[in-house]
Write a protein of this length. Sequence first.
Length: 257
Amino acid sequence: MNTDAYTLHHVSFRYPTNALLALDNLSVRITKGRTTALLGPNGAGKSTLMDILLAYKQPSQGSVTLFGTPLNDFSKKELGKNVGLVPQDERSRFSFSSIEYVLFGRSPYVEYMKNPGKEDIEIAYDSLERVGMAQLAHRPSTTLSGGEHQLLLLARVLAQQPKVILLDEPTSSLDPGNTARVLQILSSLKKRGITLLITTHDPSIAADIGDEVVMLKEGSLLYSGSVKEGCTDERLTALYDTPLQTIQHEGKLIITR
C-alpha cells in the first residue's frame, strides 16, 4: 500500500537566469497523513519546491507523483480538491468581505459560472469560526491586520477541504495567542488524517508539531526523516551554519542558540 502523499524522484530545477540549480537531484517522500516540516535557510529552494508541488512550476528533470499519480495528470479542479495552499501573504487582497474571501476555497466544488450553494456558505462560515474570525465575516478583507489576514488564508484552505495542505511560514506574522490557535488547528487536522507540509525558519515549530522533517541547503537534500533523528545539534548547526543546541523540556524539543 502506497503511504506517500507526494513522491519526488530525482527532481531538479533551474531558473533561466541562474546558472546554478535551485533544486539539485532531489528525491524525497512526503508521508500521507503526517506533518512534515520543510526547513532550510533563505535560498535553500523551499519556495521552488512548494511551487513544484503545486504544479506552478515544472521540474527541469525528474518526476513528481501525488498519491501515486503523476502530478501533471490532475486537472486544475482535481488538484484543488486534493491540495490547498496557505501562503505567507498575498499581494492582491481586493475589497472582498472575509466570508467572500473564504468562499474562494470552494471553487473546486462550484460549477463554472455558478454561485456557491447553501452547503458551500455553511462550510465557509464554519471555517471562519474555526480560526476565531466569525465576528469578522462581513469585514472587508483589506481592513484586516496582517495576523488576521493570515488566519483568513487558513480559513480559506479549511473551506477547500483538501487532502494535503501546504503552509508557507504560517505563524510568521502572528502574535503568541494566534500562533497557539494555528498550531492547535494544525494538530486537529493531523488527527483527521490531513497531510501537512509546513515551511518554517523556526526549527522549534518543526519540533513542536512535525512528525517528519525535510532539510534543504543550497538546493540539495541534507536530511529527510523523523523529527527526532533530524533535529539534532549537529544537523541543525550544519543546516544554518550557526551553532544550535537542542534541549528536551517536559517532553518537548527546544532549540536554542
